[in-house]
Write a new protein. Sequence first.
Length: 218
Amino acid sequence: MTRAGRPFKFSTASYVTRIDNERATNLGELRDGIERCTDASIFYHTFQSLGRHHFLTEGFSNDFAQWILAALNRPGLAEQLAGIDIRSHVDLHELRKDVLHVVDEFCHAHPGDVRRPAFEPFYFLSSIEVVVPLGWEAWTLGEFRYWLEHVGHASFHFHFLVSRLRLHLQSNDFSVWFKEGLGLDRLARLADRIDISTDTLDGGKARLLALVDRELAA
């Protein structure tokens, strides 16, 4: 079995939530808040929201879409925002621009909705990431498979989704190691195609385990 030039080191992450000095009581205020809020707040309401709602296979996984549906009763706009694929974003600035673009288009088309009061306010929150090494290392694909089966949701979310922002690549820590550490380009490409935005984190991990098992059996 091929031994990598460097091990894959598993880590996990937890997030300290902070209440920001920003809230919205209508769509216009939400739009302005999205423009002004910190990157940490954009992260909380999109990337981290997907991690918090990892067990959902239906509904919306970003907080902006959830609030627009529940508090403003605008399912069309909520679906558009939920349709933004955060996997394609490697920069929070670009993600913010895409969210604003969708909201701005709706506001221009429906000016009467801009100041209509919501049923409840939207509170902007942000998070501080705390990364903790698990002390688990894999030098071979077999060792990687063993540890992957044991990692929790937070670790899988950190390595598979949040890593895009750190790497500035439409990829993930696992795929980068498969390619650079083991020379398994095909496995890396297949892993990149796993879509956890339409699945659960457990489902995403199960798909990755199946890909690894297929490679080990080849």
